[in-house]
Design a protein around this ligand. Sequence first.
Ligand code: F6R
Length: 316
Amino acid sequence: MRANFITQLKETFRQARGLNLPAKKFKEVVLLGMGGSSIGGDILRALAFSQSKISVHILRDYHLPRFVSKNTLVVCVSYSGNTEETLQAFKEARARKSSLFVIASGGKLEKQALQYKIPFFKIEIKAEPREALGALLAPLLVLGQKAGLIKITPSDFAVQTDLENKVKEFAAKIENTTPIFVGAEHLVPVARRFKTQVNENSKQAAFFEELPELCHNTIAGLDNPPSLSNLCFVILSSPYYYIRNQKRVKILEEIFQQKKVKYQIWQVQGSPTKIIEIFNFLALADALSLKLASLNKADPKAVPTIDYLKKRLAAR
Ligand code: F6R
């Protein structure tokens, strides 16, 4: 497994440039997907947050919320094209006559997109879904741009690629811990991505939390059980955070020291914009999870527990 998020993102963005939005006008956007196929939607929503007057929703589930109608653009993302939650919600969106757009590498979603003449972008990269984030995100960024949700230019892809030393250093810090990745604002989906990559690639327990919310509950629970020696809070820090969130990070450091809870504050230098910071952190998450996989002597490609669950679900 290789960490090549940025290359994939740039190449697929070029390929996706010509894609067309569904012709019908829409009032809101709902992005469907699970696991590795859902994170791109989170990133689009985070970028749209400060730019778009149209609301963007994420659904990681079987059923559409009641508001979805013929005036909604529903974007279905599934690398395999066979994920049952996404297929069910796609079926409901068809029944509600929503505008649809499909992103998949094949499977039932591709079949149905072609059968029902639904605008479709095919992912050509052969990879594990979580390894294809660059390819899955690129058409979403193009869609987002064409729908007026975000603005993006080639300079947004000018990320730093020299992460080698950081990765070694950071992996050593969280090896043998249960990291809790914490992000605020545009880095909330990035914290989720760190968690999921460490779970799936490194086969290591990891969780994620949001700032400022964790200041209202999580910190109250640090007194019990008496030893939390395995936990390590990893705060993804950013100079772009709202000033009050930056202050919260500083106070959290004090609290973690008082409670003797392990923590790390991580930043990526060389991020002249928020979007580049997101991309830099995403590239770091991939590389870090692969490094941890090798430290854990785990095969980053195999996910036997997920396969087992899917197999059990498929059995009658
Ligand atoms: C596997 C992975 C999973 C899948 C998820 C949904 O690499 O990352 O989280 O992404 O099980 O499957 P797809 O992406 O095929 O819809």
